[in-house]
Write a protein that binds this ligand. Structure first.
Ligand SMILES: [Zn+2]
Length: 267
């Protein structure tokens, strides 16, 4: 499932290829993903140029001058860059064709993605307006996290996965960041100290940056249409040995999501 690093890696992959290019044609093979896909895209986009590609949480925002193309990859969404002559396969729901023969193809077996159009300030879009600070910006600090966790009795992991608290920290990176911070995922969020909040905010940022950056744990393989997150310390390793102390990693469900931690290393 694409999380913030996969979306950011996608953005960085597409930006140099598509900025400055004009849409020439849009082919819609579905009318609905998680939300209806506006059929007018086929009329609106041709002739418009991509001015930039931004990201907010897990949303990609294509600045088209007169409006914004918003894309969320959902559970299984994938954007591929191909030659415009490439025939579509199964689950290839939308094609955006550009001058120069580039084709941006949206593939999504589970159809949980979102493709929509917005003409106002994208930060005001109903899907984006309540998203919390970006974890890779200076707005996400220990003090912010400390304030956000006060009087919150729920499990800490669920709080940091709440996009209204912080944008885009999904299940994988929440598990990883809590392990590297030495804090149990089922701790009551309100029990965190200022020092723990400062450490956790910094570790969340590092874990995400390392995943996005050079030597990334997040690889994109266009030929098989897949993300390859790998080398996680705890995620997906329930029952295995803790890499730090050697004891058995515990796996529990929190908010119905797989949660792995070490009872010795995390308090
Ligand atoms: Zn351990």
């Amino acid at each position: 499932m694409p999380e913030l690093p996969e979306v950011e890696v996608t953005r960085r992959r597409l930006e140099p290829e598509l900025v400055g290019r004009n849409f020439t044609e849009v082919v819609l093979r579905v009318t609905k993903l998680r939300l209806p896909v506006p059929v007018e895209l086929a009329r609106i986009l041709p002739g418009l140029a991509v001015r930039g590609i931004e990201r907010r949480g897990k949303y990609l925002l294509f600045d088209c001058g007169h409006g914004w193309l918003l894309i969320h990859l959902g559970m299984t969404g994938f954007l591929r860059l191909l030659r415009s002559s490439t025939p579509p396969g199964k689950h290839d729901h939308l094609d955006f064709i550009f001058d120069g023969g580039q084709l941006l193809r949206f593939h999504d077996p589970r159809k949980f993605g979102i493709v929509t159009w917005f003409t106002g300030d994208p930060q005001e879009h109903p899907l984006l307006v309540n998203i919390g600070p970006e974890p890779l910006t200076d707005a996400f600090t220990g003090e912010y996290l400390f304030t956000a966790t006060r009087k919150r009795n729920g499990a800490l992991k669920q709080l940091i996965m709440d996009s209204s608290v912080v944008a885009g920290v999904g299940n994988i990176y929440a598990n990883e960041a809590l392990f590297h911070s030495g804090i149990r995922p089922d701790r009551g969020a309100g029990t965190l100290t200022v020092q723990e909040c400062t450490l956790l905010a910094s570790v969340i940022r590092t874990v995400l940056e390392e995943s996005i950056g050079e030597g990334s744990t997040c690889r994109v393989a266009e030929d098989t249409v897949a993300y390859y997150p790998q080398n996680f310390t705890v995620y997906g390793r329930g029952g295995e040995q803790c890499s730090s102390c050697g004891s058995r990693l515990e796996e529990i469900r929190l908010g119905n999501r797989s949660t792995v931690f070490c009872r010795i290393c995390q308090v």
